[in-house]
Design a protein around this ligand. Structure first.
Ligand code: HEM
Length: 139
């Protein structure tokens, strides 16, 4: 749930582009995306929508409990994109994240460095300009 919430607030890939192959009517309005148009879609914007995620700037892993997740549309959470060209590395990435984090927290307590404020860099993917400082306390 912590990994999911982190990827909601800080999706490393925070936008993607798709070209409409055919005229595509939008479900949400009367607009039609014409064939050939490039659509820019931001998962970060979607993940911060207060209708989908109340108090979106609050880090709350409980959003991803089974009960709370069941109420959301599957496409309301797309850090790995969705559909035919979504990320094929999704399972590998999630497994690597979970095994690495569990190995670290087995041996260390992770504490924030109160003097550190990450400077987000919005390039092709989201990174920080000043690294990622944490404190590790040996268990
Ligand atoms: C937390 C880690 C990762 C995130 C958030 C992520 C996210 C994404 C997203 C959003 C896309 C779609 C981009 C687009 O439509 O323009 C994508 C595509 C892709 N990802 Fe990942 N990815 C991650 C890890 C990985 C890993 C570990 C691999 C390989 C082992 C991988 C391989 C790929 C490939 C090959 C594509 C292109 C798929 C295609 O165009 O058909 N990704 N990823």
């Amino acid at each position: 749930m912590i990994v999911y919430e982190t990827l909601r607030m800080h999706p490393p890939v925070f936008f993607f582009l798709k070209e409409a192959g055919v005229d595509t009517p939008l479900v949400s309005s009367d607009l039609v995306v014409p064939a050939g148009a490039t659509v820019i879609m931001s998962q970060r914007t979607l993940h911060m929508h207060p209708k989908l995620y109340p108090d979106p700037h609050v880090f709350d892993p409980e959003r991803f409990s089974s009960a709370n997740s069941a109420e959301r549309h599957p496409f309301a959470y797309i850090p790995f994109s969705a559909g035919m060209r979504s990320c094929p590395g999704r399972k590998f990435a999630m497994m690597s994240l979970k095994t690495t984090i569990s190995k670290v927290i087995w041996n260390f307590q992770i504490l924030p460095d109160e003097t550190y404020e990450p400077e987000l860099l919005w390039g092709l993917s989201m990174v920080t300009a000043n690294g990622m400082r944490i404190k590790l306390l040996k268990r």
